[in-house]
Write a protein that binds this ligand. Sequence first.
Ligand code: PLP
Ligand code: TYF
Length: 393
Amino acid sequence: MLTDLKAQSPDKILMLIEEFKADTRQGKIDLGVGVYKDPQGVTPVMRAVKAAEQRIWETQTTKAYTGLAGEPDYRNALATMVLGDLPADRLASVASVGGTGAIRQALELARLANPGVRVFVSNPTWPNHLSIMAFMGLPYTEYRYFDAETRGVDFDGMKADIAQAGKGDVVLLHGCCHNPTGANLTLEQWSEVVAILQKSGAIPLIDLAYQGFGDGLDADAEATRLVARSLPEVLIAASCSKNFGIYRERTGILIALADTTKGRDLAQGSMAFLNRQNFSFPPDHGARIVSTILMDDALRADWAAELEEVRNTMLGLRDQLAAELRDLSGSDRFDFIRHHRGMFSRLGATPEQVQRLKTDAAIYMVGDSRLNIAGLNRDTVPVLARAIIDAGI
Ligand code: PLP
Ligand code: TYF
């Protein structure tokens, strides 16, 4: 039977990790996978996470199963961080296996509710969105998003395309820090998106994987909060992997907002049911770290301060890279790097140019010219800037 399996195509981003490891050149630079690295190239365990783990170790008396939906403390604390307050009469939530698990369960939920659901997704988007939908056999349509000329958002194209989504369809939106482009909507543009969805009855699914990495914890959730208070039904898949630096603990949440308590209760039951079908109880360790931090004033303040350092480090690198490129190119055509937000920027280079960066300068980025800003430091920014110009970008 096993020999009847067909070979699956690997994830290109994850493949890049192996390729980078195998490169023996001194001074190679990894701008591939979206993991935060400090200026020394280390992905640190955050101080508050260490402290919370110690506290859990000292006080935890059982590791018996949690509830199918995960711990209420965790769900309430995280949903409050995302939404700003808890609309209890509308809110259903379950702990998930990372942000990815929340996205998968959200799509499963949408299909349970509407077997004919179509998903509208940005072009481009995180490749796992597409591969999960293809695997599930969910029909999807791409909406225009990236403007190759300005490296910003093609907002007219986006509006025209998402207006095609009808009642019972899902429109997948990145809540902040768009992956892979780094180009984001303004709040005014989000209001226009809301108006389109209000008219059509399509349901937004917001993927919020980088809250705190763009303009700040609250600022990055503004769009999600606007959508949440403006539309009757909303799905939100949030991840704690990046903002708590707990990638391997697989910590996330799926939130469903309904317009009736009946809808809320049905969503809650179906979400717990989906957990049971897929993995039974959700993982708890990462969730407990998060609730310990969010529910303790001192730990929370320390965590938020460290997250701000991370965010500001990335903003500083953006400014430095844009300035170097301004000097070297004698133009402002790379200023978009300063305006993008989050870990990523799409340079808009050709695959051949990306290959040249790899061959000539040992600089690794994803083939679509997405670079991870956090893979840089003050010393490597000038090296990258030079290589970008030399590659003819
Ligand atoms: N969504 C986007 C856009 C991402 O970039 C990521 C990052 O890994 C995720 C969701 C999910 O992250 P995780 O499953 O590691 O929590
Ligand atoms: O886009 C990224 O680099 C991150 C990490 O299959 C990631 O979101 C990449 C690929 C993947 C899972 C996570």
